[in-house]
Design a protein around this ligand. Structure first.
Ligand code: MN
Length: 249
């Protein structure tokens, strides 16, 4: 059986559940069976989902409520979604406890960090000293606009097979303090964190860019990332850890 991948979703105008089709398609392309997850509040339902899926894709979206990391809203903070924040953070905790694979993309990367005790720049351009690159590109989504430098020997390096390549960029927030148990594994040339990963789990990786938009351009690094994620989910599915149940978080 193909591994079952939970794909998180956004709430639009308090009435629609939406997620990017590219997230869903990329999971299917790499050999997984994607299922889109609603932003439930019930703990038992979250336990059930975490015990059932083989991997979690935490997708991109709007901003994260800064009160989760002890700050009040900066004037440049965008739209937030408390219900979505809560669901994703709870799901990340459960998946990490089960040591099942998590891939966080953009906002999903930030959710991983905040859940684990790290924090964010609410707005990189007004909270950073010195000039930054354009991290909210004006180019099409499939265009790779800035370089990242990848840490040698990291999971991301093993996956990509490269220490320097270009990615797309659609973010005005970014990781600031990285959570304990994680390490930064890629940065842009201005120092902004572009990827980080857990030191204590088999596959818990966050990327600040949007690889799901690059598959249609046959971007080899996006292909390798999704293939590696689905392979990790397949191994998780096969392993004895599948029998471990989580409850009562
Ligand atoms: Mn960027």
């Amino acid at each position: 059986m193909k591994p079952l991948i939970g794909v998180t979703s956004s709430i639009k105008e308090d009435r629609l559940l939406i997620t990017g089709l590219d997230y869903v398609m990329s999971m299917e392309w790499a050999g997984g069976t994607p299922v889109v997850l609603p932003n439930l509040a019930d703990a038992a339902a979250m336990d059930h989902i975490a015990n059932s899926i083989d991997g979690l894709l935490v997708t991109g979206g709007k901003d994260i409520d800064p009160t989760w990391f002890g700050e009040e809203p900066h004037v440049k903070l965008g739209e937030v979604s408390p219900q979505r924040d809560h669901f994703e953070m709870q799901m990340v905790q459960r998946m990490m406890k089960l040591d099942k694979p998590i891939l966080g993309i953009c906002r999903g990367c930030q959710i991983l960090n905040v859940t684990s005790g790290g924090d964010l720049y609410q707005d990189i351009h007004s909270q950073n000293e010195g000039p930054l690159l354009q991290h909210y590109q004006v180019a099409p989504r499939y265009h790779v606009s800035h370089f990242i430098d990848v840490v040698e020997g990291s999971l991301l390096h093993q996956i990509s097979g490269s220490q320097r390549y270009k990615v797309n960029s659609y973010h005005h927030q970014a990781l600031r303090k990285v959570a304990d148990g994680f390490e930064v594994t890629a940065r842009a040339s201005d120092g902004i964190i572009e990827a980080f990963e857990s030191k204590n789990h088999k596959f818990v990786l966050g990327v600040q860019w949007h690889p799901e938009n690059l598959l249609k351009k046959d971007d080899v690094y996006a292909q390798r990332l999704f293939q590696a994620f689905i392979e990790a989910c397949r191994q998780s599915q096969d392993s004895a850890s599948q029998n471990t149940q989580v409850s009562g978080l």
